[in-house]
Design a protein around this ligand. Structure first.
Ligand code: G3I
Length: 375
């Protein structure tokens, strides 16, 4: 079996798609709202107060060092939902990357804190093939390679994993990303993870079936990142959803990561995509929202452009009537995944500053953009 990761499977088409995505579109300097104006900044409401009136979850992430970070200073006041950034990923919970051996201690610690502070917890993620060793234990690939019946071996491993995790967190986590990022980053095909190479798209459906059997009370989500919401890739994703719904695969919702890395996604396309989800009787959450301020570097006031961008995506989501939650992928600009992962960790791309609070925990215009979008 060939081992490919999301990055190593890049081909010419991927590179040209990446370059196309990286070409900056011009930004207007006219904003509908000036979220740095007193009219907005004098509002002392917290995000949570406003979100609760709309019956939506407003969330952030907890990392393994959550106790030493700004997480505890901000979360109880502003958020009523928490996604565990990495510690619920299969590879992170597997002691020494061994299949079947788990160490839940860090995840449990985070979850206990969230329970004490009345935050629901989003489970991220049961099955994700992109980062062997982190998103799943390397031993999975070794066992499949040694097996005389790789299909059955993989199914057994997946089932055992899903049952073990859902059993451990039963009653603590109400929503799970069952499968994460099933598609290639570029292109419109399912990503060539080992799970896919062995089982084809059945691995996705199988994971959902196992999750429903293991815990009938939780919501089951398919989570994905989109740079465009109405291209061939987005349409292929909708086709997969249709197939799952028509076949009776137990799926409740779609997680839209919505990282804004290079350019903003079109709101018109986003509305089209939401309508498709609605027509299938599904719900959605924005699961990993962050918008790099640097993409607005040519705007007169990048922070206002960022705020406007947050406003539009949050308002469109809330107005849709089927958005159950919005989670930001970080608290403040002192810590973001962008600062560690190429190309965003390079000087050219920094500072990324993608979040609602600055490093000193001052509220940015982006904060007021989100607050007002939810009203
Ligand atoms: O903190 C260490 C730092 O001390 C060290 O110097 C540096 C060297 O590379 O690594 C830092 O840790 C990195 C960490 O990101 C920092 O956030 C890890 O190597 C890196 O593996 C880790 O990546 C995580 C990534 O998923 C892969 O699992 C990110 O934390 C996490 O935010 C990111 O989250 C993903 C979602 O799960 C799925 N959607 C995309 C999203 C963003 O990439």
């Amino acid at each position: 079996m060939k081992k490919k990761s999301g990055i190593s499977s890049f081909n010419y088409n991927s590179i040209s798609s990446l370059l196309k995505l990286m070409i900056e579109k011009p930004h207007s300097n006219k904003y509908e709202n000036d979220f740095s104006d007193d009219k907005y900044t004098s509002d002392k409401s917290t995000l949570k107060q406003i979100a609760e009136k709309k019956h939506i979850y407003i969330g952030t992430i907890a990392s393994n060092n959550f106790k030493e970070s700004n997480f505890c200073k901000v979360t109880p006041k502003h958020f009523n939902s928490v996604t565990v950034e990495n510690e619920l990923k299969w590879g992170h919970m597997s002691s020494k990357n061994i299949v079947g051996e788990y160490d839940f201690s860090t995840a449990d610690e985070i979850i206990n804190y969230c329970k004490e502070h009345n935050c629901r917890i989003r489970g991220h993620v049961l099955v994700w093939g992109r980062v062997p060793g982190k998103s799943y234990p390397i031993e999975v690939d070794e066992l499949i390679q040694k097996s005389n019946n790789p299909k059955e071996t993989l199914k057994e491993i997946l089932k055992e994993h899903i049952y073990t995790v859902l059993n451990h967190f039963h009653g603590s986590i109400d929503t799970w990303d069952v499968v994460n990022e099933p598609f290639e980053v570029f292109g419109h095909k399912l990503a060539p993870y080992s799970f896919y190479e062995i089982l084809g798209k059945e691995y996705i459906k199988y994971a959902f079936k196992c999750a429903r059997e293991a815990d009938p009370y939780i919501k089951l989500y398919l989570n994905e990142q989109f740079f465009y919401y109405r291209d061939k890739r987005a349409k292929a994703f909708i086709e997969l959803l249709k197939e799952m719904v028509y076949e009776g695969i137990p799926i409740d919702g779609v997680g839209l990561q919505h990282h804004v890395m290079f350019n903003e996604q079109s709101i018109e396309d986003f509305k089209w995509f939401i309508e498709e989800i609605k027509n299938l009787g599904l719900e959605f959450e924005i699961t990993e929202l962050d918008i790099r301020e640097k993409i607005f570097k040519k705007a007169k006031k990048p922070a206002l452009a960022q705020a406007e961008s947050y406003y539009k995506i949050v308002k469109t989501s809330v107005d849709s009537g089927i958005c159950k939650g919005i989670t930001f992928w970080g608290i403040d600009d002192s810590y973001t995944w962008y600062d560690y992962i190429p190309p965003f960790n390079m000087k050219l791309y920094k500072p990324n500053n993608p979040l609602l609070f600055d490093e000193k925990l001052n509220k940015k215009p982006a904060y007021y953009g989100v607050l007002n979008a939810m009203k």
